[in-house]
Design a protein around this ligand. Sequence first.
Ligand SMILES: [Zn+2]
Length: 214
Amino acid sequence: MGARRDRFFFLRLGLILAFGAAAIVGAERYRRAQRPKPAPPDVQRQGLELLDGLLARIGKTDFGQSARGVLLTETLADFLRRGRLVFTAGISAQALYRQELFGSEILYVKVLRMGDRLVHQPPEGIAEGVYHEAVHARQSSYGGSSIEEECDGYAAGLAAGAAATGAKLPDLLTLDGVPVARFVVKAYPGLGRRLGYQPVGESPEWLFRRTGLQ
Ligand SMILES: [Zn+2]
């Protein structure tokens, strides 16, 4: 009797595991189906060259030589090396970091549609997008994003964009004419705070001061 019950136990357990696995694989298939469509190979090649040159250029600036800049540029160079960087017209943001099940990561970079042609964003736009997403890629072990992480991301994007053009940035970073923190709180309603958040290569005090976070 006991042995039979055990057998049913394992049968039930097997079914539960099988359904669980099917649900996970199903969810992963769904996510893959939602993947933005990559731009054609010539656009990819041109984009990768563009980004490679951009990283080299930013690497020579003050931001690029800072601890923060070095960490973020290395993260992006690593995406390039691993072939996990995809140019696509299928996203609305300048860039998008996605982590898929089983740990595979992709960094999407937006290309613009001009009639029936695809053109790359200006270098400043690419730099802003990819350095922002590099912050998310480095901080992904925290789980979901937070007000702090978005402030970190926008601060990185602004620094990289300015480095790409040679522009100077004010001490208090702004977006749409308001301090970055205020912009983030308004743009991401419902996004939580994260106590003890450690910005990439800088101190929490630095992040608070540069973005107006309180
Ligand atoms: Zn973000």
